[in-house]
Design a binder for this molecule. Sequence first.
Ligand SMILES: [Zn+2]
Ligand SMILES: [Zn+2]
Length: 115
Amino acid sequence: MPEPKTCPACGGKLEYDSRCALGSRELELYLCPDCGRAELYEPEGARARRRAEEQEAGRFLQDLREKLAAGELTAELFPCPTCGFPRRDRVCPICGSVVDLETLTELQPGEAEKR
Ligand SMILES: [Zn+2]
Ligand SMILES: [Zn+2]
């Protein structure tokens, strides 16, 4: 249920009219029954989703920076010595092989792919 909006022109109560698309964005059209003013709002769900996506992207970058600083990741991809998967983690996400990121030598081989 859309929250009530106030008309910026006359202070009356805007009424939800319909959804419309503006470019790639979906917006909700509100009309003022008193003065005829039309206002566009981003739907609540889209706003919450966008906020969540921004937070997610921020967390991801933060996580990446922390891992780089802690020596858990390399800046460049390298092929995993055990499974060949292009990785940048100290520990291979595929096979679990552990590599010294300074020298790129394998400290602990991973488990070969079981397929
Ligand atoms: Zn109005
Ligand atoms: Zn691997």
